[in-house]
Design a protein around this ligand. Structure first.
Ligand code: GLA
Length: 395
């Protein structure tokens, strides 16, 4: 993140000819286990990663030519600027533009915090979370924006409210009906900890992950996922219909036995979707218990089981993700891999693997070589420790 920070500061000076007054960061995330459970009131088990978004900003001055009531944001990735509104009636646009994540958070914050007056500012945005890689690049941008507002206004939002505000921006301005996981972990992530989040009560429990002998390896299949398509909302509504037919508020309320007993009321597809969710909630709680006991083998087994269920019952994997998990499984415990699974919404993006740190280089080399042989795609592979959530940086 240090390099990202320095690049952002340099770009700010180049763009605006002075130093920024506020600098904030927000991390992306990887979900270790607990997939497609957040919008079913279940458990998720993500951690913040050592990659994220940095925003540097300063009050606008006349030379910046920023109209009153607007902010000018420059994206290093897009190599262009956009104006976002800081007041008035801000409505979502009919399609999603790159700066709508920023605009959505500002619109929501102004609406919720009735008395907030944000002065005109200029900003530079920089990120090293791969876009469409399933590591929550958009949540990181939303949470960084909310953190920037806190810095500018010298106000601190309640963390749950802050995360929900960012989720709302994602729903309304990015038109993606996500659950709460990504924004919660980007706000509340803690260095050296995983977060077991109960999505029914919104209560996080931070669980230490400090054993240096184990590492979290992220492999980007480079297949871009697009979750705002119909697949994600369809999965969501299947789950809700299944819960309704079973007479409960959410699939969190259903045990395996109840699901079997109510099977007749569901279509085969709804049954399989529900079976994934009910099993995944159980696996997530078991995985968190296993980490607490230092039982990494059990954790790894749960990760493989999660992948299988996402592939066969929930049907959100893809060939490339399956290939990555198969290679990991073939390396196996003897080669230092404990478990592996697709992470995030699916249909592309990344896998997450739990590995023995000492065998990291061999594992990376094998994954790279075999994946490339089978798909002709060069994957991006990196290791990360659990990182800190969003922060205002003194500069
Ligand atoms: C996306 C959503 C999350 C969650 C995951 C699947 O990342 O943004 O809320 O539903 O998919 O676990």
């Amino acid at each position: 993140m240090e390099q990202l920070l320095q690049e952002t500061l340099a770009a700010f000076e180049k763009e605006y000819g002075r130093k920024p007054q506020w600098v904030v960061t927000a991390p992306g995330r990887v979900n270790v286990i607990g997939e497609h459970t957040d919008y079913n009131d279940g458990f998720v088990f993500p951690m913040a990663i050592e990659r994220g978004v940095v925003i540097a900003a300063a009050p606008a001055v006349s030379g910046d030519e920023v109209p009153q009531g607007k902010a000018k944001i420059f994206s290093i990735a897009k190599k262009k600027s956009a104006l976002v509104a800081l007041g008035g009636n801000i409505r979502p646009y009919d399609y999603v533009r790159w700066f709508d994540y920023v605009q959505g958070v500002i619109a929501g914050a102004l609406q919720e915090e009735g008395n907030w007056q944000v002065p005109s500012f200029v900003a530079v945005i920089h990120s090293n979370v791969p876009l469409g890689g399933g590591l929550s690049s958009s949540a990181a941008l939303e949470v960084a924006t909310a953190t920037l507002l806190e810095a500018i206004l010298e106000k601190k939002m309640d963390p749950v409210r802050k995360a929900l505000l960012c989720q709302k921006a994602e729903h309304e301005f990015a038109k993606m009906p996500c659950g709460i996981m990504d924004q919660f972990i980007s706000v509340m992530g803690k260095k050296d900890h995983l977060m077991l989040l109960d999505c029914r009560s919104c209560e996080p429990t931070m669980i230490p992950f400090t054993a240096q002998e184990y590492s979290i390896l992220i492999t980007n299949s480079k297949v871009k996922h697009a979750l705002s398509g119909s697949e994600y909302p369809e999965r969501r509504s299947s789950c809700h219909t299944a819960a309704e037919k079973l007479g409960v508020a959410s699939l969190r309320e259903v045990s395996k036995e109840q699901l079997e007993a109510g099977k007749e009321r569901l279509t085969d597809q709804q049954y399989r979707r529900a079976r994934h969710v009910v099993g995944e909630i159980e696996r997530t709680v078991a995985a968190a218990d296993a980490i607490k006991k230092g039982d990494y083998e059990t954790l790894g087994q749960r990760m493989y089981a999660s992948h299988q269920s996402l592939r066969d019952d929930f049907e959100v994997s893809c060939r490339e993700l399956d290939i990555l998990v198969e290679i990991a499984q073939k390396i196996g415990l003897a080669g230092g891999v404990y478990g592996s699974r697709m992470t995030g919404g699916g249909f592309g993006g990344c896998t997450v693997s739990l590995i023995q740190t000492a065998k990291m280089n061999e594992i990376i080399a094998t994954l790279r070589k075999e994946y490339q042989q089978q798909t002709q795609i060069e994957p991006e592979i990196f290791v990360t420790r659990p990182a800190q959530g969003a922060e205002i940086i003194d500069n």
